[in-house]
Design a protein. Structure first.
Length: 218
């Protein structure tokens, strides 16, 4: 009985240790901040306008309970990515500034995949792109890019671009929203037809800017 309890204790410690691991508080590069075995994307640029390049990371854990192996050995990872923003200090190290665990969506099932990418522009804005792709039950794909700007210590959403595409018909639509000018541009096109794009401008109602972390990005 004592032997069994010892084994159970060791198993619990191992599981707890796996769960406890996470992004490090500081580091000199993304590779020594993200735990081994996690996948990640990253972007480097000056978000706080101090002349030093900062680091944005989206890291996907590899917790086994949220992973599924297909019959041919392919592994689906249903863990949600963790978004983290690191500011660079004068000593050359990146230090964790903000972390968000419920911002970037993850894969939900085998037939609907979600991918993401990161960018820091020359103006210091952070662009997060989310792409949805259905491999069954439909021909549509959707890509949304969110643009955030650092202001008073927070990251505010100042723009959003949504592009939808129907792979069977070639129909596409891109909606670009600017929350600073309160303007929306809608462009429609067809990749299979030789015709002029349609463009329409409308006004958006004035509203307080949303902060990064308020809701899950779509």
């Amino acid at each position: 009985m004592k032997h069994i309890l010892t084994i159970l204790t060791l198993c619990l410690c191992y599981v707890y240790g796996m769960k406890a691991q996470g992004l490090k508080q500081q580091g000199t590069a993304a590779d020594n901040i993200v735990p081994e075995g996690w996948t990640h994307t990253e972007a480097v640029g000056d978000v706080d306008k101090d002349g030093l390049d900062d680091l944005v990371i989206a890291a996907t854990p590899n917790f086994k309970e949220n992973m599924k192996t297909r019959y041919d050995g392919y592994v689906y990872n249903f863990n949600k990515p963790i978004l983290a923003i690191y500011l660079k200090a004068s000593d050359g190290k990146y230090r964790l500034y903000k972390k968000f665990e419920n911002v970037i969506p993850g894969n939900e099932n085998e037939f609907h995949s979600v991918s993401h990418s990161l960018e820091i522009t020359n103006r210091g804005t952070v662009r997060i792109t989310i792409e949805h792709f259905s491999s069954g039950g439909g021909y549509g794909s959707e890509t949304t890019t969110y643009t955030f700007r650092m202001q008073e210590g927070e990251f505010y959403l100042i723009g959003r671009d949504i592009t939808t595409l129907q792979r069977n018909t070639g129909e596409s639509e891109t909606i670009s929203e600017n929350y600073l000018t309160c303007k929306r541009q809608t462009v429609r096109d067809n990749a299979f037809e030789n015709r002029k794009k349609s463009e329409k401008w409308t006004k958006l109602p004035k509203a307080p800017l949303k902060k990064l972390g308020d809701t899950m990005l779509e």
